[in-house]
Design a protein around this ligand. Sequence first.
Ligand SMILES: [Ca+2]
Length: 151
Amino acid sequence: MNLVTNGTFDSDMSSWPIRHSGVTWDAAYGGSCKWWDGLGTTLYLYQAIAALVEGKRYKISLDVVGHESPGDSRIASILLGGGDNWDGGLIQTDGHYEGYAICGSETPSIYLVGYSYHYGVSFWIDNITVELVTARPLVGGLLAAGRRGLV
Ligand SMILES: [Ca+2]
């Protein structure tokens, strides 16, 4: 179950009250979130997500749906509850991105941090999701396999 509210930016930036002034709603790409500012500016986007639990592992995904040349998109960090950076790597150009993060001990939330690499570069993101990773039922699976004579 996706825990993010309005991660699809259908018509506005509701549920994303904390963000840099260069992170705004845009009608482009069917409703998306535009990141823009001058060279080297740190941009950020934040949403409190009460359902996140410290120490639990979550899958995060998002799409970069467009960017203006000459620069690539740059989102360097995605943190849950102030925990360690996700393992999805640097988000550099258009595409679908997935990674994992463990929720830290701060206010349950998602916090995305990026920057404009070249002056005037804009990029658009969409479809932000955060889902709890549930452990596979390994023991039950082995027992079932055993009953079928597989182990
Ligand atoms: Ca959208």
